[in-house]
Design a protein around this ligand. Sequence first.
Ligand SMILES: C[S@@+](CC[C@H](N)C(=O)[O-])C[C@H]1O[C@@H](n2cnc3c(N)ncnc32)[C@H](O)[C@@H]1O
Length: 284
Amino acid sequence: MQKELHEENRRSWNVATDAHNSHKGDQASFFRHGGNKLYLEEKELLGEITGLSVVHLLCNAGQDTLSLAQMGAVVTGVDISDTAIAFARTLSADSGVPATFYRMDVYDWLEEAAKEGQQFDLVFCSYGAIHWLSNLSVWVRGVATVLKTGGRFITVDYHPVMAMFDEHLNRKFPYFRKNMAVTMENGIPDYVAARGKGLPNTSYVEGIKDFKNPYRAYRFPWGIGEIITALLEGGLRLTHFQEYPHANGDKPFLHMENSGHSWSLPDDQPTMPLMYAIVADKPL
Ligand SMILES: C[S@@+](CC[C@H](N)C(=O)[O-])C[C@H]1O[C@@H](n2cnc3c(N)ncnc32)[C@H](O)[C@@H]1O
C-alpha cells in the first residue's frame, strides 16, 4: 500500500469535491423528494435491496450512498476525503435520508471493520473507485472479510482501456502499468464543470469558476485481468462481467455523443469498452 500517495489524494479530493458540489444545486431537496442518482446499470445489478446492509466504498460526498438508502438498504459510506464525508453527513441530515459515514482510508476502515466483526450483505463501489486503490489483493481480502457468506460485491466502473488514450483518442498510454502509479500533475480536475451536468433532473449551477487544484493526485489504473484475478484469488466467485460502449457521468474524449448523463463515441467511429460491471459473491 502507498499510504503517502493516498494522503496526497485526500488533499486533492478535498478541494475538488468542494468544486464539484458547487455545481449541483439543492441536493438536500433532490433527496428529500425521493431523488436517486444511480444509473440503470447498477440498479439492475443491485436488484431488490430493501433491508440489506450495504457498504459503499470510496463513496465521495455520499450521493450514491443516499441513493442506495432510497432503495431501502441500510447504508454505510467510507471515503478518505474530509470535505466529502463532511458534505455527506450534512446531506444525510438535511435530506432526512439515513446513512452512516466514515472518513477513513478504505484500507484502514476494512481492517477496523474486520476486527470489529462487521459484515454486510453487499459491498458496492462505482465510477472512478478502483483506480485509487494502491494494492488490489489487500483490498479484496478486506472486502471478502466484511462480506457475509453469500453476500455480493458489485461494481460498475470506467474501463481501464479508456486510460490508454488522450482526449483526442490518440493511443498514448500503456495498458499494462506494472503496479506503477500514474501522477496527475494538476490533481483532480473539476470534471463536473467540464461536462456541464449536475444531478439528474436538476439544473447545473455555475458555482466555483476556473478551478485549479493545488494538489497532485496518484491513480493506479489496474487492468481488467488484474481486477478479476485479485477478486478470484481473494476467494470471491465471479458471477457477472459486462462491458459497455458508453460512459455514465463522464466524457473522456472531446468528440462524443451525449444522451442525458451518458456519453458514447459517434456512430462513425469503431466502438470500444468505456465501462465494465462486475458482480462476485462470497461462496458458502
Ligand atoms: C470518483 S470518486 C467516487 C465517486 C462515487 N462513484 C460516488 O458515489 O460519488 C473517488 C473517491 O475515492 C476516494 N478515495 C480515493 N482514495 C481513497 C482511499 N484510499 N480510501 C478511501 N477513499 C478514497 C476519494 O476521496 C473520492 O471521493
